[in-house]
Design a binder for this molecule. Structure first.
Ligand code: GCU
Length: 338
C-alpha cells in the first residue's frame, strides 16, 4: 500500500470515529453501528432491518442499532478496519476481501470450489468446516457471526457476451480487492482491475474497464445493467458475505444479552437468505425486460480447467487449508447427482 493510501485510510478512520462520537454522547443507549455496501432494497439490508428490530424489541432499553448502507462508512476494506478498532461494531464484508486480513478465508474464494449451490450451503452451514475460520480472527479484533448468500459470480461485459476464454482475452475486468481474484482473472486471460464495489458503475461507463463479475443483483440494485448488456453464466465462484463483529463488543455482553444477539444473528442470516432467492429471480426478470440485458450460458469446462492451478497454488502457500479442502471435496462427492 502506498503512503498516500495509508494516510487517507487513517484520515477516514479518524473522521468516521469523530463523526460517530456525538451520536453516542447524546444518547443514553449504547449505539451499535452496522455498515454494509448494499442498497436499502437488497436482501442484506432486509436482514439487517430484521436484526435491528429483534435487538431493539428485546434489549431496546439498552441498545440502539443504527444501519449505514451503501458504503456510507467507506469501502468494505475500510469498514473491516473500523470494525477491528471498534469504531464500528458490525460490518458485512465479502469473504473475498477478508483473505487480506486472515489467509484462512482464501479457501471460499477458490473458483469452482463448490459443485453446486447445495454443496455451498451445506459447507457454510457445517460448523466443523467454518467454525475454525469464523472464530480464528479474534487476534485481529473481530469474529464472523453469520454468513449471507451472495449467489454465484458471473461475467458481464459492456460490448459482448463471454462464450469462451477467447472472449476474456485482454479484457479489463474489475475484480474485488483480493489476491485470489486477481490471480483467477489472469489465469482466465483477462486483465484484473481491483477496485471497491461503489466505483464499478462509473468505471464501466467511462470505459476504464470492459466489464465486471458478480451476481445478478449488481445489474439491478447497482444499475450495472444500464451499462453492461451481456451477462454470461460462467458460474466461477460462490463467495459468501460474512457478518463480522468487533470481538471486544461481543465479549463485553453478559450471558443473557449474548443469547439475544446470537438469536438476532440467526434471524439476520435466515431473513437475508430467504429474501435472496426471491430477489435474484426478480433481478433476472427486470434486467431482461427493462434493461435489455442478454443472458447466455457458455460451456464452463474450459473456464474451470484454466483456473484449477489456483487450487494447488493456494493449498501450497497455505497448507493449513488442506484439511478443510478435503472436507469440502468430500461434500462435493457425497452430494454429487448421478
Ligand atoms: C457482492 C457481494 C458484496 C461485494 C460485491 C463486490 O455484491 O455481496 O459483498 O462487495 O459483490 O463485488 O464487491
Amino acid at each position: 500500500m502506498n503512503t498516500f493510501k495509508r494516510y487517507f485510510q487513517l484520515l477516514l478512520l479518524i473522521l468516521v470515529t469523530v463523526l460517530l462520537l456525538p451520536v453516542n454522547g447524546v444518547s443514553a443507549k449504547e449505539i451499535i453501528r452496522v455498515g454494509h455496501n448494499q442498497s436499502t432494497n437488497h436482501p442484506t439490508h432486509m436482514g439487517m432491518e430484521a436484526f435491528k428490530e429483534y435487538i431493539e424489541e428485546n434489549l431496546g432499553d439498552k441498545y440502539e442499532v443504527q444501519l449505514f448502507p451503501s458504503e456510507l462508512l467507506g469501502t468494505q476494506t475500510n469498514m473491516v478496519q473500523l470494525t477491528q478498532t471498534g469504531a464500528v461494531e458490525m460490518t458485512v464484508a465479502s469473504n473475498s476481501i477478508l483473505e487480506t486480513f486472515n489467509e484462512q478465508f482464501q479457501i471460499f474464494n477458490l473458483p469452482y470450489l463448490f459443485e453446486s449451490p447445495e454443496v455451498y450451503h451445506a459447507v457454510m452451514n457445517d460448523p466443523e468446516i467454518v467454525g475454525p475460520i469464523f472464530e480464528g480472527t479474534k487476534d485481529s479484533g473481530f469474529v464472523v457471526v453469520a454468513w449471507l448468500d451472495a449467489g454465484t459470480r458471473n461475467f458481464y461485459l459492456v460490448k459482448h457476451a463471454v462464450e469462451n476464454l477467447q472472449d476474456l482475452k485482454g479484457m479489463k475486468i474489475r475484480v474485488q480487492q483480493s489476491p485470489t481474484n486477481v490471480r483467477m482473472m489472469s489465469l482466465l486471460g483477462g486483465s484484473a482491475t481491483p477496485m471497491g464495489f461503489g466505483e464499478v458503475y462509473t468505471a464501466m461507463q467511462s470505459g476504464v474497464i470492459d466489464g465486471a463479475e458478480n451476481n445478478e443483483l449488481a445489474l439491478t440494485e447497482n444499475g450495472h445493467g444500464d451499462v453492461a448488456k451481456y451477462y454470461s453464466y460462467t458460474l466461477h465462484q460462490m463467495i459468501p458475505d460474512e457478518v463480522i463483529v468487533n470481538y471486544n463488543f461481543l465479549e463485553n455482553l453478559n450471558a443473557e444479552e449474548r443469547t439475544v444477539f446470537d438469536e438476532g444473528f440467526q434471524i439476520l442470516q435466515d431473513t437475508q437468505q430467504i429474501a435472496w432467492e426471491e430477489k435474484v429471480e426478480e433481478a433476472i426478470a427486470y434486467a431482461k425486460d427493462h434493461m435489455g440485458v442478454q443472458f447466455n450460458y457458455p460451456d464452463i469446462e474450459p473456464f474451470r480447467e484454466a483456473v484449477m492451478p489456483l487450487h494447488e497454488e493456494v493449498l501450497g502457500n497455505t497448507p493449513s487449508l488442506k484439511k478443510i479442502y478435503e472436507l469440502i471435496e468430500a461434500k462435493n462427492e457425497s452430494m454429487r447427482k448421478e
